[in-house]
Design a protein around this ligand. Structure first.
Ligand code: F0G
Length: 345
């Protein structure tokens, strides 16, 4: 049977009823791709959860189908989010599908071009604020006190509910939970949701264990690792350039209850993993996503274990970063002689 989107597929595990108007772009059902070269490098069975294969190119679609469906059930006309880019693209797409107005607050000049293009072409009202993500989120939190508007950031609990389904899919694909789950950490909704999904499937008898939750922040934006708010977060991984995560406590709980770690990786480590994923595993993800694999390469795992790395967003989201990592080719004459000379074959 054709995939029906994650609300229909996981209805029994989600807070929806027959009255909920399902707003879906058939998100979910993303590949769990074996990574043979990484597996060899770390001495374990490594799989990549390709969340960039979702309709708007990131895992945010999972939470957004739930948040917008529930907003529609409540009769909402306008939704808003703060975003480093991907949440805004997802909110814009699902709101457009539901016929709602979508407003997004993004940090001026600090989101990847593909994400800005998406939010704009999908018809969102985009406000670039002179400030960072944390300031945008503070404003968004307070907005409902001033206007009838529904917040669809992950402080909206329906977002976490949708996002947890990625863990269900992983357990179904592997036949059990992995031993380790590596994921980037920004606003920390993602690690909180993955952990909830694993716990729920264990409780439902669908798996026999929980993975260790391994979260990785960028070194210049690592408030949870440092145990204090970072006022001026900095990293090339703009998706996780966050200094005061909303789901801070959720991330701590995931770490402590699972016996995992939350650590940081440098921008150089992130970019090395970003290039390695492309050249060794044929996966073009965005820089923030590569933080999971950078983390795996940094801390390692027990030999022979099963490992899942979440690759949260598509590489095409951030074309500027990709181009900055390679030598851009110069033009050559359109003759066979020139082509053969250049190819060296
Ligand atoms: N990876 C990508 C590609 C992201 O866009 C984000 C977050 C994360 C990882 C981290 O997930 O925030 O749940 O810990 N992006 C948010 C946004 C903040 O606005 O798109 P998190």
């Amino acid at each position: 049977m054709a995939w029906r989107g994650l609300i229909e597929e996981y209805r029994d595990h989600l807070p929806v009823s027959a009255q909920t108007p399902v707003v879906t772009l058939l998100e979910g059902n993303t590949p769990l791709l074996p990574a043979p070269r990484l597996s060899e490098m770390v001495g374990a069975s490594v799989y990549l959860k390709i969340e960039g294969a979702n309709p708007t190119g990131s895992f945010k679609d999972r939470g957004m189908t739930m948040a917008i469906s529930k907003a529609a059930e409540d009769g909402a006309k306008v939704v808003v989010c703060a975003s480093t880019g991907n949440t805004s693209a997802a909110a814009a797409a699902y709101a457009a599908r539901a016929g709602m107005t979508c407003a997004v607050l993004i940090p001026d000049g600090a989101i990847a071009l593909g994400k800005l293009a998406q939010a704009l072409i999908l018809g969102a009202k985009v406000l670039q604020i002179r400030g960072n993500f944390d300031q945008a989120l503070d404003l968004v939190r307070a907005l409902p006190n001033h206007a009838p508007i529904t917040v669809v950031n992950s402080i909206n609990p329906y977002r976490i509910e949708g996002q947890k389904t990625a863990s269900f899919e992983i357990i179904e694909a592997l036949g059990d939970a992995p031993d380790y789950h590596f994921t980037p950490v920004g606003n920390a909704g993602n690690i909180t949701a993955f952990w909830k999904g694993y716990r729920e499937y264990l409780a439902a008898g669908r798996s026999t264990k929980n993975p260790k939750m391994m979260g990785f922040q960028a070194a210049g934006a690592a408030p949870i690792v440092l145990n204090h708010v970072v006022e001026k977060p900095e990293t090339i991984a703009t998706a996780i350039r966050i200094g005061n995560p909303a789901s801070w406590q959720g991330a701590i709980a995931a770490r402590d209850e699972s016996g995992g770690v939350i650590d940081s990786v440098t921008d150089d480590e992130i970019l090395a993993a970003y290039r390695l994923l492309a050249t060794h595993e044929s996966v073009f993800c965005e820089p923030a996503s590569a933080a999971s694999v950078a983390g795996l390469l940094k801390v390692g795992v027990d030999p022979g274990s099963t490992v899942v790395c979440a690759l949260t967003g598509n590489g095409l989201k951030d074309p500027d970063r990709a181009i900055s990592q390679i030598e851009v080719p110069t033009a050559v004459d359109a003759t066979m002689g020139e082509i053969l000379k250049e190819l060296g074959v």
